[in-house]
Design a protein around this ligand. Sequence first.
Ligand SMILES: Nc1nc2c(c(=O)[nH]1)N[C@H]1C(S)=C(S)[C@@H](COP(=O)(O)OP(=O)(O)OC[C@H]3O[C@@H](n4cnc5c(=O)[nH]c(N)nc54)[C@H](O)[C@@H]3O)O[C@H]1N2
Ligand SMILES: Nc1nc2c(c(=O)[nH]1)N[C@H]1C(S)=C(S)[C@@H](COP(=O)(O)OP(=O)(O)OC[C@H]3O[C@@H](n4cnc5c(=O)[nH]c(N)nc54)[C@H](O)[C@@H]3O)O[C@H]1N2
Ligand code: SF4
Ligand SMILES: [Mo]
Length: 850
Amino acid sequence: MKLSRRSFIQVSAVASVTAFLLSGCKKDPEVLETTKPGEVQPLVEGEWKPSGCLGCTSWCAKQVYIVDGRAIKIKANDESKIHGGNDCPRAHLAVQQVYDADRIKQPMKRTNPKKGRDEDPMFVPISWDEAMDTLADKIMELRTNNETHKFMLLRGRYTNITDLFYSSMPKIIGSPNNISHSSICAEAEKFGPYYTQGYWNYRDYDVQNTKYMICWGVDPLCSNRQVSHYLNVFGELLKKGVKIVTIDPKYSSTAAKSHVWMPVIPGQDGALATAMAHVILAEGLWSREFVGDFTDGNNAFISGKNVKEETFEEIHTHGVVKWWNLELKDRTPEWAEAICGVDAATIRNVAIEFAKAAPYSMVFMGGGSNMQVRGAYNSMAVHALNGLVGCIDHEGGVLTGRSAKLNSLPGPDDFMDEMAKTNSKNKKMDQRGTKQFPALKEGKPGSGVITNRVADAILAEDPYLPKVVIGYFCNFNYSCPGTDRWDKAMSKIEFFAHCVTHYSEMSHFADLLLPSTHHMFEQMASAAQKANSYTHLWITQRLIEPVYDVKNPESEVLWMLAEKLEQRGFSNLLDFCKTVKDPETGSEPTNGLEFELYAYKTLTQSIWDPTKYTELENHGDKFNSWNEFIQKGVWNSDPYKFKGLWSKMKTETTKFEFYSETLKKALQEHADKHNTDVDDILATCKYTGKGEQAFIPHYEPPYMEGKVEQYPFAYIDSKSRLAREGRSANCSWFQEFKDADPGDIKWSDCIKMNPKDAIELGLKDGDKVKVTSPTGEIVTTLKLWEGLRPGTVQKNYGQGHWAMGHVAAEDFEKKLSRGGNSNVIIPADYERLSGATAYYGSFRVKIERA
Ligand SMILES: Nc1nc2c(c(=O)[nH]1)N[C@H]1C(S)=C(S)[C@@H](COP(=O)(O)OP(=O)(O)OC[C@H]3O[C@@H](n4cnc5c(=O)[nH]c(N)nc54)[C@H](O)[C@@H]3O)O[C@H]1N2
Ligand SMILES: Nc1nc2c(c(=O)[nH]1)N[C@H]1C(S)=C(S)[C@@H](COP(=O)(O)OP(=O)(O)OC[C@H]3O[C@@H](n4cnc5c(=O)[nH]c(N)nc54)[C@H](O)[C@@H]3O)O[C@H]1N2
Ligand code: SF4
Ligand SMILES: [Mo]
C-alpha cells in the first residue's frame, strides 16, 4: 500500500498514542477513563495531579495523570464548582502540544541579519547563557543611549503572576511599552456592559436557573468561556424545557441545538436589538421592579410617539424614556426585518417570550455582535435588553462574578531610576488616546490597548521605532488581521526575542528564540475564571521535567535577565525580583524557580494562610496550608450574591444606564483633549451617530470594507471548535477532528457558501477557490453548505499556518500553509471607542475558481 505523507501522519499519530497508552499497561487502557483518584487502583501505576488549562479563556481546572514522569491523560478537576468533573475536548490536545517533536528545543539565534517572510533566518542553537547575555547587552545599549522607551514587551496569553514580567519589568527598564493582546480578543464585548452597568469584564450567565436563553453572536458549545460547563448542562437545559434562541449568521453548533435560529445579516445586530427593545417597551413587558413604571400605570410607549420623561419613575435604571424618544420609538420589527434579514414575526415573538420569562432569562452576548467596526453601540444595545427585563444580577440571569482573593505582587515604583521614570512617560506604541483611537477602557480615554495598531505604528515610526522587543505566548503575525503589515513591521525591528513553545509565523522574524515551558505541565501557573455563579482559581506545580531545554518567561527568563543586567551594572530589576519573598519563611529567591514559587505563594496567600483570612468576608474555600492548597489545586469562591449591584453600579448614576452618562463623560473628555466635539470624534471613529445618539445604544449600519458590486459576499469569521486559540493546529487530533466544526473537512481548510450562490457562480463542492478581500487573498477549498444565507460566506479561523510545525503546515520546510489564514484577508480595522480589532460584519469578499 502506498502511504501519502498525510495519511502517514494520521496513522502514525493514532499508532503512537495507542502504543504509548499500552506501554507499561497491564490491561485495557480504557480503565483510565473510569478511574477516579482514590477510588480504584489504576492499572497503569501513576498519579493524578492538579493542573489548569489556558487552552481558551475558560481557564478550567484540570488533573493530569502522570506515569513514570510522563503526562499521559487529562481530565477535569472535579473540585471546581464551575465545571465539576466535566471536560471539553480541547483539553486533551495539550498532551500533544507538550510532547510535540516540532517544539523549539533549545535557545536559537538568527544568523541571517536580513528579515522577511522569504528570508531563511538560519537559526543555530546556543546556550541559555549566551542567549541571555545577548538580550541583556541589547537592553544595556538602550540604557547607555538613554532610549529605554524603545524597549517593548508584547504579550499574548499569560498566568496570574504576569504583572512581574509584563507590567513591572518594562517600567524598571524605562519603557511605557507593555502591549497585551486584549484588543484582538474581546474589548468591544466589554464596552456595552461597561457603558450601561459599569462592568468592564466578561459576564457570567446563570444558565442552570434560567428559563430563556438567547445566545447572541456566541457559540457556547464551541467557543466562548465555559465550554466544559455548557457542553455538560446543555442537554439538561433542553430537557428542562429552557427555550434556546441563537442569533448568528451561520448555523453554529449552538444553533443546531436551539429552538430558534435567527440568521442575522452580518453586522446588522443593532437593528435586531433595537427592534427587540422596541417590542419589550411597546408591549409593556419591561421589568417594573428593576426599571420602574409610568406614574399613572398606563403604558405610553406607543410606536412612533414621544413620551414625557416626567411621566415615568425609574428605579434602578437611568434614561429609559430618553432611549425610547431618541432611538426606539420607530425601531419596529417591520423596520428591522428589511435590514437584518430576520422576519418581523420572529423578532416580535422572541422579544415577547424573552421578556415574559424574565427575570429568569438572559441575552448571552459573545463577540459576534460587537467585534465590528461599528460594534460599540451594538454591544450596548444587545446588553441593554438584559437591563430592560431586569435579569441583570438576578438568579437565572446575567451576573458579574466574584473576584478571586489575590494579594498584589510588589510593584516597580521603588526600582525606577530617573531614566526609567522619564522615559516611561513617552507615548505607548499602540497610538491609544490619539483622536482616532479613543480606547475608552473603564471610562478613561486612552487607557485601552490597541494591539493591532502596533504594526502600523512601527511601520510609520509613529511615535517612534522600537529597537528591542520581547514577545511571549503570542503570534501576532498570524493572529492579527492584516498579517502582511506584521511581517513588514517585525522585519524593521532591530532585535526581537520570542518566548514561545513553537516556532511560529512571528518567530520567523526573531533574533532569539527562547523556548518556553508549556503552561499546563512544565511550570507553575494559575488563573481565575467565573461561571456557574462561582469563581474558581486553579494552581499547578511543575508536573513533569521539562521535555526540552525550556524556561518560563514570566519567572525564569525574567530572573535570568535580571541577573545578567546586574552583572552589567544595572541591578534594579534583580533588586525588584528579590522583593518577591517566600511569605512563609521570608527568604529571598536565589534563582528563577524559587522566584516563581514565591510569586505564586505570595499571590495566593490569602487563600491558603489562615492568619490572613480570618477577618475577610466572602472568603470562599479555606485551606490550612500552602501544601493543602496545591494538592487540591483549586479554590472556589462563595456562591454569587444576587442583586448586590442594583443601584450600586460603577456608572456615573450608580444605575443601569440606557442613556449613558458614563459614556457621555468619557467621550466629552476625549473630545476636549483634542479640542473638538463629540460628533467629530464619532465621525473620526467611522460612526454615523450624531448628537445625543452618541450616548445611547442606537442602530449603526455596519461599516463594510469592499463594495457589493465588486465583492458580493459578506464574510463571516468564527473560531474552530478544537482551536486552543491559535496554538493547536500542529496537533494531529485538531486536524483529524476538524470536521467537528459543522461543514468543515478533516485535515483541510475550507470556505463555506450557500449552494444557490455556487450554482450561480458555476462552482462546486471541493473546488479550489481564490478568496479575495479588499486587502488580501488566500486559496482554500469551497464547501457548499446550507447553514448560511445566500450572499454570505463563512470560514473558521485556525488553519493556514505556514510555520508552527509539520502537522499545521502543508509543507513546513517549504513554508506552504494548509489552506488560508483568515487574517490574511481580514482588513486591519478597529472598533475605535474600545480599541478592539474588528472581525465580524466588517468586510466583503469575492470568490473565484483558483
Ligand atoms: N481571524 C481571527 N483571528 C483571531 C481570532 C479569531 O477568532 N479570528 N481570535 C482572536 C483571539 S480571541 C485571541 S485571544 C488571539 C490570540 O492570539 P495570540 O495572543 O497571538 O496567541 P496564539 O496565536 O494563540 O498563540 C501564540 C503562540 O504561543 C505559543 N505557545 C503555545 N503554548 C504556549 C505555552 O504554554 N507557553 C508559551 N510561552 N507559549 C505557548 C505558540 O508558539 C503560539 O504560536 O487571536 C485572535 N485572532
Ligand atoms: N473552540 C475555541 N473556543 C475558544 C477559543 C478558541 O480559540 N477556540 N478562544 C477563546 C477566546 S481567546 C475567546 S476571546 C473567546 C471568544 O468567544 P466569543 O466572543 O464567543 O467569540 P467567537 O467564538 O469568535 O464567537 C463569535 C460568534 O459570532 C458569530 N458571528 C460572526 N459574525 C457575526 C455577526 O455579524 N453577528 C452575530 N450576531 N454573530 C456573528 C460567529 O459565527 C461565532 O459563532 O472564545 C474562547 N474560546
Ligand atoms: S480548552 Fe478551554 S474549555 Fe477546554 S479545558 Fe481548556 S480552558 Fe477549558
Ligand atoms: Mo481571546
